[in-house]
Write a protein that binds this ligand. Structure first.
Ligand code: DX5
Ligand code: ZN
Length: 221
């Protein structure tokens, strides 16, 4: 299993101070920036797009930016995110008419690829495209909003995804998104996750160093 990656979701940050928030959370020990893109169509909420990603790069953010597209269609915005400095671009298979083609498009744009599975979406298509996937993201809430409660059935699904990944020769990360925090990270990592997104659990605390340290120590326990 790979080292634990903690990816704070900036959806829960103070947008009026976004550059400072990202600097602080990275200085506090976070590894990636999780960037939730919502279109008020695929999901019932609206967030931000490539210009904000580009603004973070211009601000000086060098950490990986983990773009989570909750949009439909997906293909036409991918080159814009690649140009804006995205490191990894994940999408939901049901939001693309041609999943394999979208994965190739992300690769052609020089980014790493991710496939995202909603709580009730089976992992069925994964086996056919695993050779083109760098990250599998399991949603542990229904996408669209931060601050929701972790769905416990995700733990069994994580074990299923971990078995598929371990049977594959390439390094593929297994990420969980939604309702993750110090109280459940040990179970999540034990079930096979190596990458966790946390929005409200981190940005909702005054001391980012303390909460990230707490998450790492509980994950290791
Ligand atoms: C939900 C987003 C998540 C969310 C996580 O649609 O994909 O990344 O911001 O927020 P918390 O950690 O507060 O559940
Ligand atoms: Zn997300």
């Amino acid at each position: 299993m790979q080292d634990l990656v903690i990816a704070p979701s900036i959806l829960a940050a103070d947008f009026a101070r976004l550059g400072d928030e990202v600097d602080q959370v990275l200085a506090a020990g976070a590894d990636w920036v999780h960037f939730d893109v919502m279109d008020n169509h695929y999901v019932p909420n609206l967030s931000f797009g490539p210009v904000i990603c580009q603004a973070l790069r211009r601000h000086g953010v060098t950490a990986p930016i983990d773009v989570h597209l909750m949009i439909r269609p997906v293909d036409r915005i991918i080159p814009d995110f690649a140009a804006a400095g995205a490191s990894l671009i994940s999408f939901h298979p049901e939001a693309s008419d041609h999943v394999d083609r979208t994965l190739q498009l992300i690769q052609e744009q020089g980014c790493q690829t991710g496939l995202v599975f909603n709580p009730a979406t089976p992992l069925d298509c994964l086996r056919y495209v695993l050779d083109k996937v760098d990250l599998v993201l399991l949603m542990s809430v229904n996408p669209g909003f931060g601050g929701q409660t972790f769905i416990p059935g995700t733990l069994a699904k994580l074990e299923e995804a971990r078995a598929l990944i371990d049977a594959h020769p390439r390094d593929i990360r297994l990420e969980v998104d939604g309702g993750v925090g110090p109280g459940n990270i040990a179970d999540i990592v034990a079930a096979g996750a190596d990458t966790v997104v946390a929005g409200s659990a981190i940005f909702g605390q005054p001391d980012y160093v303390a909460v990230i340290e707490q998450m790492r120590s509980r994950a290791a326990s």
